[in-house]
Design a protein around this ligand. Structure first.
Ligand SMILES: [Zn+2]
Length: 84
């Protein structure tokens, strides 16, 4: 498992998403942005619009996906929590 924050995915906050793959954290971020939009959170609007644009124009967004996948690949694996 690895952790990426909302900010690392183009958002404005430090919420952490954990996943096995870059796709996992991208999906988690997408859900987070949708939730923020529903909650009327204006700080996430720009990131939400950018994410919507990516779904509409997947070819134009290849660079973003590649960068996120590369950043995810470069992250260290989460250390198992010894308290559990
Ligand atoms: Zn956020």
């Amino acid at each position: 498992m690895k952790t990426m924050t909302c900010r690392q995915l183009g958002g404005p906050c430090e919420l952490e998403h954990r996943g096995e793959t870059a796709d996992d954290v991208i999906k988690a971020q997408d859900r987070h942005l949708k939730d923020a939009e529903k909650a009327g959170d204006g700080t996430h609007r720009e990131a939400r619009e950018a994410m919507k644009g990516r779904w509409r124009h997947p070819k134009k967004s290849m660079d973003w996906y590649r960068d996120v996948k590369q950043a995810f690949a470069d992250l260290p694996q989460d250390q198992p929590d010894p308290r559990h």
